[in-house]
Design a protein around this ligand. Structure first.
Ligand SMILES: [Zn+2]
Length: 481
């Protein structure tokens, strides 16, 4: 009886501790000002976005893809945004990548970069409700390849800047605008621009690229939308796992062919994934959401440091997207054995696409795989496209405070949280040029809406053209004018 009482007292003390820690949580986010959004000529802006979507700038994977659309897009931008082009110094890098600079009056301020990409992935041949480059409007949406990713957003950056310029405002902070032409493929345009900027010794206060969106977070008791701003990007590497043996006639197979051996390796690796971690980005995400969450979630989040061992297995099972935030992922995408049905191959191999978590390296992936598989298998890291995880953006910075402020001003009740971005963007190539990169596309989405990206029937809500322009306009005002 006495032991039971002691156990109950311990549990009560623990619960009390967790509750007290939740009650002590303070909201330190930058506060918004009273802000009235400017009037926007949405019809005109949507027409400009439609015009850009109609130019089929398909990412150039090889010589067979025409480059004319990129020249057409450059000409289109010049005629559509005459004031922007009058005020900006334009450079075309590596034939197609666009870099603009508008000088600010205060040279003591580090410049800002707004960036994105001109290219789109090739459209699927079948299944479009509206032709992929028609940019038709139906059901309140613009339909077409690139409408979501990211022609509408690209046009919004130009439109917001031109609105400021039309008002005759003097820019304080120099602004750069960098738009690559092959983000969906190799990012060579961005890398070429980065080399130019490195040679010129430019260091940016912040870099604002495409990325994650605002989402509904009412499930955890939040009243406004939650802006998930990418503050880092995972590394990327393809690993080739080979099982070797003797080639031979398929009529007399040994007990374990290279194909069987490879299958065992795949199953073993899939079972023994790399360890999940609460990276600094995940910890800061929890810390940012905590003050606005309903009390039960607040108690959980305020005590995330203590409850980590309990939370980790639950989070890993919630969804692949949540699991990807916590650990290096391994996707077995290519399996190759023999080219002929009656020939046993002397080598069978798998290609594993790995997205490397922050705090780990590409080399760690190889070490892990070799440790799990042993010396019987060969593990090789393929060079192409390989890169380490980026650094994490500085959240104690001017740029981050302006991000919090702008989100709350443009989306009333909106809360900003850092987000470990698990997909790829061009801004990873600019990592050495700034301490602050924000990967953020400022409109409210859900999983179904985002699933249109790179898919048939990609669409973008007309109302989100307004959302993007309003956000860029205010963010530029808060940070550059
Ligand atoms: Zn994109």
């Amino acid at each position: 009886m006495k032991i039971l009482l002691i156990i109950l007292a311990c549990i009560a003390a623990l619960v009390l501790l967790l509750v007290v820690r939740a009650l002590l949580v303070k909201d330190t986010a930058e506060k918004p000002e009273d802000y009235t959004k400017p009037e926007i000529d949405l019809d005109a802006a949507v027409k400009k976005a439609q015009g850009a979507i109609r130019i089929p700038t398909i990412s150039m994977r090889d010589e067979s893809i025409p480059d004319k659309p990129f020249y057409d897009l450059q000409a289109y931008l010049e005629t559509t945004f005459p004031l922007f082009h009058e005020k900006a110094h334009k450079r075309v890098i590596d034939k197609y990548a666009l870099m603009y600079t508008i000088e600010g009056s205060d040279k003591s301020l580090k410049p800002a970069m707004y960036m994105g990409h001109q290219d789109v992935v090739p459209p699927q041949e079948e299944g479009w409700k509206h032709p992929p480059f028609s940019a038709e409007i139906a059901d309140g949406c613009i339909w077409g390849r690139g409408s979501f990713d990211m022609k509408s957003q690209l046009i919004s950056i130009f439109e917001a800047t031109e609105m400021h310029l039309r008002q005759g405002k003097q820019l304080k902070r120099t602004m750069y605008f960098c738009f690559g032409h092959d983000e969906e493929f190799a990012g060579e345009g961005a890398q070429a621009m980065c080399r130019v900027l490195q040679a010129e010794g430019v260091e940016f206060e912040f870099i604002f690229d495409e990325g994650m969106n605002l989402v509904d977070a009412s499930l955890i008791g939040m009243k406004g939308p939650l802006a998930l701003v990418g503050v880092c990007e995972k590394g990327w590497v393809n690993a080739k796992i080979s099982a070797k043996g003797n080639a031979g006639h398929a009529a007399m197979p040994p007990k374990e062919t290279t194909a069987v051996s490879l299958a065992k390796a795949v199953v073993k690796l899939n079972k023994h994934q790399m360890k999940a971690h609460f990276t600094p980005a995940v910890n800061m995400l929890i810390k940012s959401v905590c003050p606005k969450a309903s009390f039960p979630f607040k108690v959980l989040m305020a005590n995330a440091d203590l409850l980590r061992p309990l939370m980790k297995p639950i989070l890993l099972r919630i969804s692949p997207a949540v699991a990807a935030m916590l650990r290096t992922t391994m996707a077995f995408t290519v399996l190759h054995g023999s080219d002929a049905a009656n020939v046993m191959p002397d080598e069978s191999y798998a290609i594993v696409n790995c997205r490397v978590n922050l705090g780990e390296s590409v080399a760690d992936v190889k070490t892990h795989m070799q440790k799990v598989l042993g010396s019987k298998y060969e593990v090789e890291l393929l060079e192409k496209g390989q890169h380490e995880p980026t650094s994490m953006s500085d959240l104690d910075s001017f740029g981050w405070r302006m991000m919090q402020k702008t989100v709350a001003e443009v989306f009333p009740g909106g809360v900003t949280a850092p987000f470990p971005f698990v997909a790829g963007t061009d801004s990873k190539f600019y990592d050495s040029l700034t301490r602050c990169t924000f990967k953020f596309s400022p409109h409210i989405t859900d999983a179904k809406y985002r699933a249109g990206m790179h898919n048939v029937n990609e669409y973008f809500k007309v109302s989100d053209v307004e959302s993007d322009i309003q956000f860029y306009y205010r963010f530029m005002q808060n940070s550059c004018f």
